[in-house]
Write a protein that binds this ligand. Sequence first.
Ligand SMILES: Nc1ncnc2c1ncn2[C@@H]1O[C@H](COP(=O)(O)OP(=O)(O)OP(=O)(O)O)[C@@H](O)[C@H]1O
Ligand SMILES: O=C(O)C1=C[C@@H](O)[C@@H](O)[C@H](O)C1
Length: 296
Amino acid sequence: MEARVSQSLQLSSWIKSDKVVRKPGGCLRFSVKWNEKLMHRTVISCHLQPRKANRRVALKVSCSSHNVQASVLESECITASTDEIETLKNKSEEVEEYLDGRCIYLVGMMGSGKTTVGRILAETLGYSFFDCDRLIEQAVGGTTVAEIFKLHGESFFRDNETEVLHKLSAMHRLVVSTGGGAVVRPINWRHMHKGISVWLDVPLDALAKRITAEGTKSRPLLHEESGDIYDKTLKRLTTLMETRGANYANASARVSLENIAVKKGKDVCHITPTEITLEVLIQIENLKKQESVVVL
Ligand SMILES: Nc1ncnc2c1ncn2[C@@H]1O[C@H](COP(=O)(O)OP(=O)(O)OP(=O)(O)O)[C@@H](O)[C@H]1O
Ligand SMILES: O=C(O)C1=C[C@@H](O)[C@@H](O)[C@H](O)C1
C-alpha cells in the first residue's frame, strides 16, 4: 500500500513551467503547468484591491484549479493597510537577491500560522505557495490528514511527508507551509536546508486559543483528548513542544511572536499575519547581514 501511494506522488513532474504575470492594478496572476499526463493545471490569482476610504486593502489570496479535488481549493481574504503592503514590498525587494529563488520553508507547531503567513509571504515575493499537508492529502487520494492517520498510521503519513519535501526541495521560488511534525525527521532537514527555513514561534497559550477556536477534529495528534478543550490542548501542545523545541530551533531563522509583541507594545494575540510576514522578511534580511559579516 505504501509503495502504491508513494508512486502517486508525481511531484517531480508537477511544474513544467512557471509563468508569473503582474497585472495593472496590483493583480498578480501566475499559472503553473502540472504533470501533463494528469492534465492538471493550477491558476493562482492574488488581488490587491484598494479600498481608498479607510486606506486598507483586501489581500485576497485565492487558488483555483481544474481536475483537482475540492479539498485542495483554498481561498482567504486578509486585510492590511496600504502602508503595510508598501513596507512588505520594499522589504521583499531588499531580500530578493539574497534569496536567489531559494524556497522558504515555514516550520512551527500546528496552528502557528504557517499557512496564513505563507500565503501572504508568497504573494509578496511573487513565489508560489504550497501546503505540505494538502499535498499529502491529494497524493493519498483526496482524503484528510486525520483520515490518513486513522487508516494508515502516523509513520505512513511521515513517509509521505518526507517524499513531498524531497520533491519540493528540487524546485524554486516556493513558500512551503510544512506540517507541524516535519521537523522531527533529520532527513526532512536535509531537504529543507536546500532553501531557507523559518520557525514561527508562537507562545503555547496563544496557540491553544487559536486551535480551540478552530476545533481540534482535523488535528489527529490532539483530538483524542477529551475534557476541557482549551486545557487539554494546552497540555498536549506543551508535551509536543518539550519533544520538538530543539528540532524547531534547527531552522535558519526564528520569528518570535513574543519579541514582535514587545517591539510593538501589543498583546501576542493581536499581532497580525501581515506584521508576522514582515518579521519573516526582516529575519531573512538578518541572515543576509550575518553571512556578509562572516565573509568579511
Ligand atoms: N496572527 C494571527 N492571529 C490570530 N489568529 C491567527 C493568526 N495567524 C493565523 N491565525 C489563525 O490560526 C489558525 C491556524 O492558522 P494556520 O492554519 O495558518 O496555521 P498552520 O501553522 O498552517 O496550522 P497547521 O500546521 O495545523 O496546518 C487559523 O484559524 C488562522 O486563521
Ligand atoms: O504537529 C504534527 O505532528 C502535525 C501537524 C499537522 O500539520 C499535520 O501534519 C499532522 O496533523 C501532524
